[in-house]
Design a protein around this ligand. Sequence first.
Ligand code: GTR
Length: 390
Amino acid sequence: AQIKTDKFMGEIVNYDETTVPKYTLPPLLQTLKGEKVKNVATWEKKRRPEILSLFEEHIYGHMPSKFDSLNFKMINEKTDAMDGKAHLKEIQITVWNKGNSVSFPVVLFVPNKRTKPAPAFLLINNRGKRNTDPTRETKSTFWPAETIIDSGYAIASFHNADIALDRKETYQNGILKQLFPEELEKANGMKAIGSWAWAASRVMDYFLTDKDIDAKKVAIVGHSRGGKTALWAGAQDQRFAMVFNSCSGNSGAALARRKYGETVSLINKQFGHWFNNNYKNFSNNVDSLPVDQHMLIGLIAPRPVYTTNATQDRWADPYGSFLSSVNAKPIYDLYHQKVTLPKDMPQVNSPIINSTIGYHFREGAHDLNVYDWTNFVRFANFHYGSREKK
Ligand code: GTR
């Protein structure tokens, strides 16, 4: 039998559906001044910017929109990588601001077999660098590059530690100290997740300059803390055509108010360096957050967004993540986007592909694997138009 409660960092962790507290989600389609949102124009002009700044202010931190300059340098290239199937490009992105600079590498494989610029998946790699090995001596199910190339997509990745280390003592030492020191002074300043999302946008800047890539078809992908980041990057930067978040859990796809598995309090205690300082005010007070995570998914509308969970990963609150997806539907409805999520939690291993908000609940552990990627490709194929034959 599965345990119903656990203890972690001095707190009770709830895994019992019957003790999830009653909660009311903040209104999605009503502005702070009380105006009802009935159409796309009011959503885009008023409510969307309002929600975006609430997430900046209270959770992920302010996202700097300016810097002085950037450039791209090809540091390694192989036109016949993967036995000729792909063109490998390793690009170094350098960003300058106020006399300082930060550089980070991006690994990119583009399929050679194609007639037009390739659509692409960009992974925010929050695991070992070997997972995205450009030599392909190491192959990983976390980034199954050959499979993606065979499906006709380009696949790229950057490593989060090249932007901001994932440590509470040293996260500042990357772009924050070098480029945006003022963020470190502010209660709403971005920290690690904001920094990683910011970097994803710089890779998007690069894609716009690469004629082998169809920059209108770039999907951002992330797992767990990377999944939280992918959602935030997709919400901030509407150039991303699609968002895939794997097991993103608390402060990702999962509704904060459910208090199931990881909570805002626990994530702030363990990973305070991911979020701004203001978020700490909600540790014992999630019901007063002016947002919940369904609104983060809503910010991605009308673009397709896909969420995954795994049966052994109750910490990430699978049902709460599914409910976020369901509760984001009203925004997609404004755009007349078809969302076909069922009312109840989908069966295990039954992906919902033919829907602008997609979802699957997979058997297994907290991970990103070939099953997940295979369904990402199906979802992308569906939405980019090469609809699957029934
Ligand atoms: C966990 C954390 C989760 C998730 C995960 C991961 O320890 O509590 O929110 O981000 O790490 O990134 O794998």
